[in-house]
Design a protein around this ligand. Structure first.
Ligand code: PMT
Length: 222
């Protein structure tokens, strides 16, 4: 691999949180600034790839020369990703997708009651798992954001979702994870792994892209 190891490759990346509407003014969401996913998009482009970024609501400018598709909910993100993923060489799921959505979206603002209230939640489909299950599937990289047992949960996610690689990060700590400009990753693939130490997200993204490029080369020459 030279300086542009992803030359002629098409890369699809998800970033940011999703918002799951309760009514016209309220939603449930996950913590994510989009910084990690946007940094990966820029790193992939720098490596020569043509990049499509599917982004949840974030306060970041669209990177130059990157096609950005804006979505809000997990179902919208699903529709923006799964039907087009077969046309890509690599899919990287850095978005913090909500696992559940309110079973019903109320058409009018919910009025305050005198009593406590219960929200019924319905499971969202798993985007990265469904991309990995496509007949013509890209090289699929998932993320795992964990507050405990990072390696175990990440390895289980890689196996259960049939991923080619998983990038695991601690969340809810003082440094790294969501919102921060810094992060660290433990990257696993089925027969190996590598720890990427705490650094700024752009540096980290370039290291992750280099690892992905190496793995794809190995797969193609194996
Ligand atoms: O955006 P930042 O502020 O920079 O923070 C970055 C980050 C911490 C959000 C990012 O590095 C990260 O870890 N993203 C994944 C967050 C997450 O939702 O992880 P998870 O362990 O819940 O999900 C595992 C994988 O399944 C992820 O690739 C996720 O995109 C995917 N998933 C999850 C649920 C779902 N319904 N569909 C999915 O595709």
């Amino acid at each position: 691999p030279g300086k542009r190891p992803l030359q002629n490759k098409k890369v699809l990346i998800s970033a940011g949180p999703t918002r799951e509407a309760l009514d016209p003014v309220r939603y449930l969401s996950n913590r994510s600034s989009g910084k990690m996913g946007y940094a990966i998009a820029k790193a992939a482009q720098k490596a020569g790839a043509s990049v499509t970024l599917v982004s949840g609501p974030v306060n970041l400018p669209a990177p130059n020369d990157i096609e950005r598709i804006d979505v809000e909910s997990a179902l919208q993100m699903y529709d923006a990703i799964v039907p087009r993923a077969s046309a890509y060489d690599i899919y990287i799921g850095a978005a913090a997708v909500a696992d559940y959505r309110p079973a019903e979206i109320q058409p009018h603002k919910i009025k305050k009651q005198q009593t406590d209230s219960v929200i019924h939640l319905q499971r969202n489909p798993d985007i990265v798992a469904d991309v990995a299950a496509l007949a013509r599937k890209p090289f699929v990289v998932g993320f795992a954001a964990e507050t405990d047992d990072l390696d175990t949960y990440a390895l289980n996610k890689m196996r259960d979702k049939k991923l080619d690689m998983i990038a695991a990060n601690w969340v809810g700590k003082l440094t790294g994870g969501f919102d921060s400009d810094l992060n660290a990753l433990k990257v696993f693939w089925p027969d190996g792994g590598k720890t990427l130490a705490m650094t700024d997200k752009q540096q980290l993204a370039e290291q992750l892209i280099a690892l992905i490029a190496e793995r794809i080369d190995e797969k193609n020459t194996a």
